[in-house]
Each structure stands twice: as C-alpha cells, then as structure tokens.
Design a protein around this ligand. Structure first.
Ligand SMILES: CC(C)(COP(=O)(O)OP(=O)(O)OC[C@H]1O[C@@H](n2cnc3c(N)ncnc32)[C@H](O)[C@@H]1OP(=O)(O)O)[C@@H](O)C(=O)NCCC(=O)NCCS
Length: 204
C-alpha cells in the first residue's frame, strides 16, 4: 500500500512540476537553433530517458505534430499533444523501464529534446516490443538517429528476444536506417499501409 502511495505521489509531483515549467519549455523551444551542422550534432550523446523528461518530450511532440501537417509527411500525429497526458505517459514509460519491460533514449541540445527512441511492448496487439524513433527537423541526416537507435537496441539486449517496427514504404530514409541496423522485412501490416520489420536480438 505504501509503495502504491509513493508511486501515486511521485506521479503527482512530476505533473505539478510539468505545469510550472510548461512556459519555460516553450521559451526553450523558441531559443533552439533549427539549423545545425554535423559537427554540432556529433557532440550530442544519447542518454537514458528519465521520469522528469515528460515536459521536454511534450515540446518535441509539439514540433512533430506541427510538422506532420506538411505535404511530405511520413508519419501521423493524430492528436495535438497534451502536456498532462505526455507527462503521465513519460512517467509510465519510466516505470516500464524500471520493470525491465521497455528501453528509451533521448538526445538533447540546449536543454531541448531533439531526438527520442523507445521500445515497449505495451501498445502492440500481441504485446510484442515495438520501436519508435523521431529526430527533430534540422537535426536529421547527421547520424543522430543511428546513434539513438543503436543505444536503445543495446539496452534491449537481455530484455527482449526481438524488436519490431512499422514504417511507411515511402519513408525511404527511415527504412534505409533500419536495414543498416539489421532489421529485415516481414511483410505489410493488417491495413496494408505499413511495412513491418524485425530485428532478432537472441544470440545464436
Ligand atoms: C528517420 C529518422 C529517425 C532518421 O534519423 P536521422 O538522424 O535523420 O538518421 P541518420 O542521420 O542517423 O542516418 C542514418 C542512416 O539513414 C539513412 N539516411 C539518413 N538520411 C538520409 C538521406 N537524406 N537520404 C538517404 N538515406 C538517408 C542513411 O542510410 C544513414 O546511414 P549512414 O549512417 O551510413 O549515413 C529521422 O529522419 C526522422 O525523425 N524522421 C521523421 C520521423 C520519422 O520518419 N520517424 C520514423 C517513423 S517509422
């Protein structure tokens, strides 16, 4: 019972902190350089996702949501991100990581989240571990996505036997990256819209 109360309280504390710092996060987002060179991005070392990262994640998802309206979008963000929901989601991901049921890495620049990669078994139909990755526009094509994925996959060894992901066939950059990291095609998903890919982690 005490443990449950502690978990509940800490989630509440995180939410309150998130509300207070929402304005700060928006200010930071305004200051973030949007065009950076390779040398700048090379200095960014992915680190493990932390429970308090929800506010920064909200800012990253906000930028992806705005970007997903562009004509050449390769992914869909259906709903405008909500701060409280994002913070709750982040706290839950942190809990899953502590239980050894998820892995997640983030990339930061000037105190902003510019990249996020996570694997969790929570949202797939058959409870299969699925990988998701996003790098903020302006920071792409400079090696950050690869570093984020490599670090996340490393954390998945010993937790999961295999990882899956879905990608739109026209998202060629993403697919190229997945192939280079050893993912193989396993056919289209049920809707026929997304290609599914799989990476075996079990050592033979
Ligand atoms: C897909 C995504 C995560 C890749 O991250 P990134 O930081 O741009 O990728 P990297 O710079 O690490 O590139 C890794 C590999 O991808 C491929 N790649 C990247 N940019 C490319 C480009 N412009 N043209 C062709 N291939 C490219 C290359 O094979 C590259 O290999 P290399 O490391 O040997 O050079 C990023 O572009 C992104 O967030 N896109 C929008 C969101 C999205 O599509 N998410 C995936 C949904 S399935």
């Amino acid at each position: 019972m005490r443990d449950m109360e502690r978990t509940h309280l800490s989630a509440q504390v995180v939410e309150n902190r998130a509300r207070q710092s929402q304005t700060t996060a928006q200010l930071f987002a305004g200051y973030l350089r949007t065009r950076v060179d390779r040398a700048y991005v090379d200095q960014i070392i992915p680190r493990t996702f932390l429970r308090d990262d929800g506010v920064k994640l909200f800012s990253l998802w906000g930028s992806l949501y705005r970007e997903s309206f562009s004509v050449q979008n390769f992914w869909t963000v259906n709903e405008e991100p909500d701060l409280t929901e994002t913070v709750r989601w982040g706290a839950k991901l942190d809990e899953r990581m502590r239980m050894g049921k998820a892995a997640a890495k983030v990339a930061e620049a000037e105190n902003n989240m510019v990249g996020f990669c996570y694997v969790t078994d929570e949202y797939s139909k058959n409870k299969e571990p699925f990988l998701t990755i996003h790098v903020r526009e302006g920071f792409r094509h400079k090696g950050l996505g690869r570093r984020l994925m490599e670090a996340t996959i490393e954390d998945c060894r010993g937790i999961f036997d295999a990882i899956k992901l879905s990608v739109l066939p026209k998202n060629k950059n993403a697919k190229e990256l997945y192939l280079k990291l050893g993912f193989v095609d396993i056919g289209m998903n049920d809707t026929g819209k997304y290609e599914r890919m799989k990476l075996e982690l079990r050592r033979s």
